[in-house]
Design a protein around this ligand. Structure first.
Ligand code: NOJ
Length: 442
């Protein structure tokens, strides 16, 4: 079909991808902290990641699906606890398996983006203190992992994501919805500082092996709003949450000062990104009256009232996506950006299609303003294990029947395939999904 003048076009060479994480799809691994968390009975409906999407065995089929979605990029993670099941002991077979996976992507002309830390840690490393231990030898294990991967994949993997969503790591020390499930804010802040240091370690280790590699952190911008805009407490809390979940991370990358640190500096954090990875999901409101800081992610009291909410009680916020892009661009004006995750967990696939289009329009608006966004990765390729929520929340463009492992492309997957193929949203698609205004841009 010839291009129409009111189609929305994306820049030449734009990457259209989907994202996943090892523990959420692979299955067959009991070497990490999330397995321990699961054994403690912390997953909804007692769901288990033991089989997950059986992607470890079905990756070829899944990569074929990726091609059917016309994707030219794919973001995946390599599981540290698989490659190093014991301290200093490399599992060559597991590493070779990942080599085959990357080769299969390259064969399909798909550009891989590899995440080094996507929430899971080896059990042996946690037994040594995990994210609360900052001893050199302890952190050296992580550099060893990064060095092995950078060496193995030099010339094959150009794009690396160091840490996925550093702020979310804190949930493991603020709520029992995330491993390790402790409640101690001092520990949460320490863990956040440690993952920031791990980011710097990953960046410099990879660059020392492969100076041509492009390495960047993945930050999920949250835009916390006061639950009651007239309440001073809610406003103060929103500011605090904003600092904790965004400001502290941005500041660490700009100045080398770890969260809440005033004097000492980690210069290795400054200029430690070749690009910014941005994840964005939903609208959040905070109030001291809500059960905990994560309330908006589980039982949002607004759901069912004025707005439609997705499976986790998450309310889509396309305008917030635009604000998030602007904020990260403002913080790092010279760095290109990749949208490393964006999506919605819902059984209502018509809703997913609408929300997708509304977000892409916002991304396009930012592109038109000159922001250098180079790619978009939808979360997720396939329905998968949504951490403590188990399988109840379905984020995939491809449905998975977890009893039979049958995959079926959803209508949203077909829509995404059309957009990726055209590198544009056609006017007929735009007509079919008229803009919904969710929240005003503040
Ligand atoms: C961000 C995380 O990176 C991913 O693991 C998770 O599944 C999605 N958000 C949806 O919650």
């Amino acid at each position: 079909m010839p291009a129409q003048s009111n189609d929305i076009h994306f820049p030449k060479g734009f990457l259209w991808g989907t994202a996943t994480a090892a523990h959420q799809i692979e299955g067959g691994n009991t070497n990490n902290n999330w397995w321990l968390f699961e054994k403690k009975g912390k997953i909804k409906n007692n769901d288990s990641a033991l089989i997950a999407c059986d992607h470890w065995n079905r990756y070829k089929q899944d990569f074929d699906l990726l091609k059917k979605l016309n994707c030219n990029a794919y973001r995946m993670s390599i599981e540290w606890s698989r490659v190093f099941p014991q301290p200093g002991t490399l599992d060559k077979k597991a590493l070779d398996h990942y080599v085959t996976m990357i080769d299969e992507l390259l064969k399909r002309k798909v550009t891989p983006f590899v995440t080094l830390f996507h929430f899971t840690l080896p059990i042996w490393w946690c037994n040594e203190g995990g994210l609360l231990n900052r001893d050199r030898e302890h952190l050296e294990h992580f550099s060893q992992f990064c060095r092995v991967l950078a060496t193995t994949f030099k010339g094959k993997v150009k794009y690396w994501n160091t840490i996925n969503e550093p702020s979310i790591v804190m949930l493991g020390y603020l709520t029992d919805m995330f491993a390790p499930g402790e409640k101690n804010i001092a520990k949460a802040i320490k863990a956040l500082g440690t993952v920031m240091l791990m980011h710097a370690i990953a960046y410099h280790t990879i660059k020392s092996v492969d100076p041509y590699a492009k390495v960047g952190i993945v930050h999920n911008v949250q835009i916390p709003m006061p639950y009651n805009p007239k309440s001073i407490m809610d406003n103060l809390l929103a500011k605090f949450v904003d600092y904790l979940f965004n400001g502290a991370i941005i500041r660490a990358l700009q100045s080398g000062k770890l969260p809440f640190q005033i004097f000492s500096r980690h210069n290795e954090l400054v200029n430690s990104n070749d690009f910014i990875g941005l994840n964005f999901y939903n609208f959040i409101r905070v109030s001291l009256k809500l059960k905990d800081l994560a309330t908006s992610a589980t039982d949002n009291p607004l759901c069912g009232t004025d707005k439609l909410c997705a499976g986790l009680g998450w309310e889509p916020y396309p305008e917030g996506f635009y604000l998030a892009i602007k904020r990260m661009h403002h913080a790092f004006p010279n760095l290109p950006m990749y949208i490393t995750e964006n999506g919605i967990g819902t059984d209502n696939d018509a809703w997913r299609q609408n929300v997708l289009i509304d977000h892409l329009k916002m991304m396009h608006k930012a592109l038109q303003e000159g922001i250098d966004i180079k790619g978009y990765f939808y979360w997720s390729l396939i329905d998968n294990f949504e951490w403590a929520q188990g399988y109840m929340s379905r984020f995939g463009l491809v449905a998975v029947d977890f009893k039979t492992q049958k995959r079926t492309i959803k209508p949203s997957g077909k829509l995404y395939a059309q957009i990726a193929k055209a590198n544009a949203i056609s006017s007929s698609i735009l007509k079919k999904f008229p803009q919904d205004i969710y929240r005003p841009i503040v």
